[in-house]
Design a protein around this ligand. Structure first.
Ligand SMILES: [Fe+2]
Length: 136
């Protein structure tokens, strides 16, 4: 998947973090296409654990700064994503890497791109624009 300018929310720090995530996800998707998802899953989960702390922290701070009306719901979605990553990590620790865990991560990440970054995160940009870019 390529990044499109229309995915930008208009805040450089957040857009950079999103682009950085897409690079990693594409690595994983490519590995899955080549039947090498099992080799990449642990590295991807490790990346996601660090990335989500930093990125969700930045995004949630931004939402607070602009009095984003759907902050609580958005935070809940972030927490669910973190939980999915932790659950997958736990499952790999106890049961080892499986094709099923690879498929689960692939689906979670695809859904995250399409439904979260391209839709929910865009609402943050819309909110900033509605405030006349004064909040940031
Ligand atoms: Fe978000």
């Amino acid at each position: 998947m390529d990044w499109k300018d229309s995915y930008d929310i208009g805040v450089e720090k957040i857009d950079c973090q999103h682009r950085q995530l897409l690079v990693k996800l594409n690595d994983f998707f490519e590995a899955c296409t080549n039947q090498q998802g099992k080799d990449k899953i642990e590295e991807t989960l490790k990346f996601l654990k660090d990335y989500t702390v930093e990125h969700f922290g930045s995004e949630e701070q931004l939402m607070k700064d602009i009095d984003f009306p759907e902050l609580t719901e958005h935070q809940k979605t972030h927490a669910e994503f973190v939980q999915t990553v932790l659950d997958l990590e736990e499952s790999i620790k106890t049961k080892g890497v499986s094709v099923l865990s690879t498929i689960k991560l692939n689906r979670t990440l695809t859904d995250w791109l399409i439904n979260h970054i391209h839709k929910c995160d865009k609402l943050i940009g819309d909110c900033i624009a509605a405030k006349g870019n004064k909040a940031v």
